[in-house]
Design a protein around this ligand. Structure first.
Ligand SMILES: O=C(O)COP(=O)(O)O
Length: 217
């Protein structure tokens, strides 16, 4: 019986690509470095901000990553909800899951502060735990924060599903030894999710309820 759903944030619950890309492009532009097209950022996001900036910086300036990170953190805090919105069907899905009594949480590689701000604004009252990246815990695909959520809810691994949009998310589920659902509407698409071994890949949010139903039989 499934009773706990843990979600990734960027590319799964919210389309945050434009705000992330705009913030990094402004920082690159300010230094006269080349910027990137929106679609390129699909492959830069997913392993946390340091990796995002490292991937976006020109080869000869990779050593400036921590300076840009600090600027990113300040700038993105003010701009993380400019264009960022829930994907279609996500609000309805969360409402149904909440009504059905599921334990709901978010585990993301986004910095904790930004993860809290976005989930509080777009999904108030749905998530008991929102854990983002901080210096205290290793990032996904390390299962540390997913395991922490499982312990806090006091549930068994076979009662849990992790839902995400990238290979990092599917690997996180595998490392935590829980089932995974990949969402094809996210930053990476169905191919990557299938190749990384997702237990199921969905095209639309309402399919998630059917999969949960199936796995609960
Ligand atoms: O890498 C990020 O900053 C966001 O990653 P997420 O897909 O875990 O939410």
């Amino acid at each position: 019986m499934i009773n706990t759903i843990i979600f990734d944030l960027d590319g799964t619950l919210v389309d945050s690509l434009e705000d992330l890309a705009n913030t990094v492009n402004i920082l690159l532009n300010k230094r006269g470095y080349p910027t990137h097209e929106l679609d390129q950022y699909r492959y830069f996001v997913g392993n946390g901000v340091i990796k995002l900036i490292e991937r976006a910086l020109p080869q000869e300036h990779k050593d400036e990553v921590m300076v840009l990170k600090q600027e990113f953190d300040e700038k993105y805090s003010l701009n993380c909800l400019n264009k960022t919105n829930a994907y279609p069907g996500v609000n309805e899905l969360l409402e149904k899951l909440k009504k059905l009594g599921f334990n709901l949480a978010v585990v993301t590689n986004k910095p904790q502060e930004h993860a809290i701000k976005i989930t509080k604004t777009l999904f108030p009252g749905y998530f008991k735990y929102v854990f983002g990246n901080s210096m205290r815990h290793p990032k996904k695909p390390d299962p540390c924060l997913t395991n922490l959520v499982i312990n806090l809810f006091d549930v068994k691994k076979n009662e849990v599903i992790y839902i995400g949009d990238s290979d990092v998310d599917i690997q996180t589920a595998k490392n935590a030894k829980v089932k995974s659902i990949g969402v094809a509407w996210g930053f990476r698409g169905a191919r990557e999710l299938k190749d990384s071994g997702a237990d199921y890949v969905v095209d639309q949010a309402d399919e998630i309820l059917e999969v949960i139903d199936d796995w609960s039989k």
